[in-house]
Every structure is written in C-alpha cells, then in structure tokens.
Design a protein around this ligand. Sequence first.
Ligand SMILES: *Cc1c(COP(=O)(O)O)cnc(C)c1O
Length: 384
Amino acid sequence: MGMDISTAFIHAGNTTDPVTGAVNIPIYQTSTFRQKRLGGGVEWEYSRSGNPTRAALERLIAQLEAGSHGFAFASGLAALTTVFSLLKAGDNVVFSRNVYGGTFRLLAQVFDHFNITYTVARGEAAEDFDAAISDKTRIVLVETPANPLLSITDIRAVADVAHARGALCVVDNTFLTPYYQRPLELGADIVVHSATKYLGGHSDLVAGLAVTRDADIATRLAFIQNASGAVLGPFDSFLLIRGIKTLGVRMDRHSENAARVAQVLQQHPAVRRVYYPGLESDPGFAVNARQSASGGAMVSFELADGYSYEKFFAALQLVALAESLGGVESLACHPATMTHAAIPAEVRKEIGISDGLIRLSVGIESARDIIADVAAAIDAARCR
Ligand SMILES: *Cc1c(COP(=O)(O)O)cnc(C)c1O
C-alpha cells in the first residue's frame, strides 16, 4: 500500500477495533463465539482456528514482511515446528552450522523420529548450502546474521540454489526483523521469527511468527496451525502488536548503540576479536550491506590472553547475564555454557565458538552507560 515501514508498524494490518473504533484492537479473551443459527457461515468459531486479536497480528506481520499471509504461534520453535510439519518421512532439511540451538534440537531429536533427516552445511556461503542439498532436500533453512558469530549468508543466492534443486528457502529473520531485512523480497518462500526477541522487544513474552506470499504454502500452514494447535493467545497477541509499534525507533537505537559498542571493543587492547556484521572489517559486511539496512544489535567478542571471561561476567553491573536477546535492556551471555552448551565441545571449537566468546545483546539504554559498564568489566577481567 506504499506506506513507509515506520508508518506500517503503527498503521498496517487494521489493528483498530472494527466494532468500537478503539485505536487498539481489544484482547478478545474468549475460546468460543456464539453462532446465530445452525450451519450459518460465521467468521469466528473457536480461538484455535481463529481469534480477532491474533488475526490482527497476523495481518500486521504479513504486511511488514511483504507477504500475503501471517501466522502467530506460542513460540518461535512452535512456528518452526509448523513449518517443518510441511514435510513427510524421507524428506531432508539443510541448515548451516550456526543454526539456533533449539532449531537443531528440534530436527535432531524430534523430527528425526519421523524419518525427516537433516544435513549441516559446512559453511555459510551459498556453495556450502548447495553442496549439502540432496534430491531428498525439501527445505533449506537460513539464519543471517547467525548466532553467536553473527555470520552472514546471501539470502538471494541460497534461495536460487534451493529453488534450482526443488526445495523451499526458509529464513529465520529474528535478528534483523523486517525493519532491516525482508527475505521474501530476496526470494525466500517462508520467513519465521522468534517474536520473543526484537518484535516483542520488552522481554515480557514468548511468541513466534511465520509469513509467506505463496497461497498454496499459506493454505497448508493454516491447516497445520489449526491441526497441531500451538497458537498464540489473545493477550500475548495484543502485547506483540503493541511491541511492534515501536520497532523502528527501538531498532534505530539498538543498532546505533551496537555500532558504538563494536567500535569501542575493536579498538580495545584487551579484545582479541569482534564479530559484528556492521563493521567494515567484518567478513560478512558486504553481503549484509547488500541485503539489509543494518548490522543489527548483537555483538560478540573474545578477550585477549591474560583476561578471564569468568571475571568479566562477574564484574558486569548494568548489563545482565541472561539468555535471550532483543529486549530494551542490554544482556550478556556466554555461548559455550549457555545458548550453545548442547553442542559438543569439539564441534563448538570446530565452528569457532571458543570458551572465551562473549555475546552482547545491546539494549537501548544510553550508549555511554553500556560502554562504561563493559569497559569496567574488561578492566576487572585482567588476570593479575
Ligand atoms: C530464540 C530463537 C528461536 C526460538 O524462539 P523461541 O521464541 O525461544 O521459541 C529461534 N531462532 C532464533 C534465531 C532465536 O534467537
């Protein structure tokens, strides 16, 4: 409809109440809807199949991701479960080494039981994905930037490779959000989100979303969403619509702060290496700049020899040691023992997740305060 995405965050999806004109869609906290007569066609029947608050969110995310149909789920993993449920026994999924740990576990320990197999691409380049695809592959899953090394994959190149081999390209767009990156416009077939992160933005809900612009895929996702039932409730749908209204201003501030933190870390003598695709020196910079409008707000780094990450985490005061990301508050995590602990130590080492790796989710506090806290913790991390 031609409106700028910053306007769409607030006005897309018709999230005003059609009945009263309330500017915020009400929380339709109901499981069922009274029907006027037997067999009369009704818009709303039962809230697993459809709920007006959830439907408003689904219209909103569809429009933001330049898709035609959106679906809201109880978590990001519930969204991914629904997408993988498009497959049948014998089918194969290809993803890269840096895939989200929970996604790996879902495929390796749940879908595996149903003989849906997976293949791990050796790297993040389109050729690595191409080499991993077999004639059984039906889904190629991309995360970019991928966690925790913020590695970048060329979405258009992987979508082309997937399509040439008869597979769908699914992109997990959690880290950059539609404000910065719209995978459907780059050739992807389905976009998924852990809306728990930036879309919600306040660390107060767990939610997942999926979007497509393909009518057949949409029909199948809608069927599976209703048949398997991991839908998002009305209250969380309302909170997520509310969070999305400020996505643009939050992401501006998040990424501005992250760029400053990354620059300070890069110049710090006690930092060995910084991973941030918004830095020109980062190996993913050029591809990321071509397909998105920002390096995002996740920054990972390693301390130099003679500095202890244990001491670093113990010294943080403002920045909280916590799992998750994308909330207004800055968080720090230790991938080796937290988000990526399920990956065997040898594999972690092979893919470059060192024991000393530190991951920051840079919040929207004053950049000065965040930098002061991180710098003080680095000083305190020196081994004497
Ligand atoms: C958190 C996360 C998920 C899982 O989402 P939940 O909402 O926790 O189920 C999937 N992908 C990425 C990239 C994530 O960061």
